[in-house]
Design a protein around this ligand. Structure first.
Ligand SMILES: NC(=O)c1ccc[n+]([C@@H]2O[C@H](COP(=O)([O-])OP(=O)(O)OC[C@H]3O[C@@H](n4cnc5c(N)ncnc54)[C@H](O)[C@@H]3O)[C@@H](O)[C@H]2O)c1
Length: 334
């Protein structure tokens, strides 16, 4: 689906984190819709290194890129020599997705080095190439601010959220000093859809619950899950936001959600209907203190600045996602 009049054909496009969930979907989006674009994926892929929470340090997986015919560079955004490889190429667009995306990593130094330090390099590269930069911020910058979450009212409550908050401040300063360069940050809410499977335990509850059901298990949810709401957004709407953001009237950072929060119970119920099961829910106490009970993106500014109009209600997104949820069931994740 083509979202704007801008043609990306004959353009050189860098996608950092292109072996991950959102990045690989972007890579295929350009390949399918703009076959004459030159697409370069830059990603460190996954190694066997883990954080103290036992999750992998990076989730990029070659299987997300099978069928991708563009160029691939395996590189680490923390490594200057790897970044230098990109200096030989002039980009028209940079979609910067590479990051430690795990919100439950508490190694502050590692998160800040990876998510923030490298960002200065990408800003300078954008300037040097006179490119357009679209980068991934996050709803985690809001912490537990009341709904609807609005730009300018952030209060991060974990190192990951803070790193994205810091990126937003850095981008704002850079934009002020370089008003002719297009830089747009997107605060993604809870994204779900194909190619998230290799995020394993950090993938969305949509695929995790889907696989519990396919395994013949009751959906496991926190007690009171009908009152725990999230702004779930389907990957296609996230692609729409990235593409339309290239034509944003103003630089800045914008929310990317549906504006219509839904409960975890809704997710489980829709999956049960789509998968033809009828298990009773297995509720267990929520172990987290200060757990965010409600997120809802205020998307007024995204609509005003780049005509962002999410298309997929949770029912439709899950329906589209079901074949992939089934395909990935029992695929080894390790
Ligand atoms: N998926 C969501 O719900 C969501 C919500 C808010 C924000 N985001 C942000 O969107 C972006 C993409 O998220 P995602 O869900 O696709 O996550 P992901 O983990 O699947 O993708 C991130 C990619 O970055 C790569 N990467 C990590 N560290 C790297 C490094 N040091 N050098 C090079 N590559 C590195 C990983 O290998 C991975 O492929 C991230 O910046 C994330 O923080 C995602």
């Amino acid at each position: 689906m083509v979202y704007t009049k801008t043609s990306f054909n004959k353009k050189t496009i860098l996608i950092t984190g292109g072996a991950g969930f959102i990045g690989s979907n972007l890579a295929f989006y350009f390949q399918e819709n703009y076959p004459d674009s030159k697409i370069i994926v830059f990603d460190c892929f996954r190694s066997e290194a883990t954080f103290s929470n036992k999750n992998l340090q990076s989730f990029g997986h070659y299987k997300n890129l099978i069928g991708f015919t563009g160029d691939i560079i395996c590189g680490n955004i923390n490594n200057k020599a790897d970044l230098e490889i990109l200096n030989d190429i002039k980009f028209d667009y940079i979609f910067h997705q590479a990051a430690i995306s795990d919100t439950r990593v508490y190694d502050q130094e590692m998160i800040m080095r990876t998510n923030v330090n490298s960002f200065y390099w990408f800003l300078e590269k954008t300037k040097k190439d006179n490119a357009t930069l679209i980068y991934a911020s996050s709803a985690a910058t809001y912490g537990s601010m009341p709904s609807p979450q609005k730009i300018g009212f952030e209060s991060p409550e974990n190192p990951y959220g803070y790193s994205k908050y810091a990126m937003d401040q850095i981008a704002a300063k850079f934009s002020k000093n370089n008003p002719n360069i297009k830089i747009v940050g997107l605060k993604f809410f809870n994204v779900y859809g194909p190619r998230e499977y290799f995020k394993n335990k950090t993938s969305s509850m949509v695929i995790q619950l889907g696989h519990q059901l396919l395994n013949g298990q009751s959906p496991r949810l926190f007690e009171g899950s009908n009152k725990i709401l999230r702004d779930f957004i389907f990957i296609d709407d996230v692609l729409q936001a990235n593409i339309k953001a290239c034509e944003s009237k103003n630089n800045g950072v914008y929310n990317v959600g549906t504006g219509k929060p839904r409960s975890f119970q809704d997710v489980a119920d829709i999956l049960q209907k789509e998968l033809g099961c009828d298990y009773s829910t297995d509720y267990f106490p929520n172990p987290y203190n200060g757990y965010q009970m409600h997120t809802q993106a205020d998307i007024t500014l995204s609509e005003e600045n780049f005509n962002f109009k999410p298309i997929f209600a949770l029912e439709e997104g899950i329906k589209r996602y079901i074949p992939n949820i089934k395909d990935m069931f029992k695929v080894p994740v390790d």
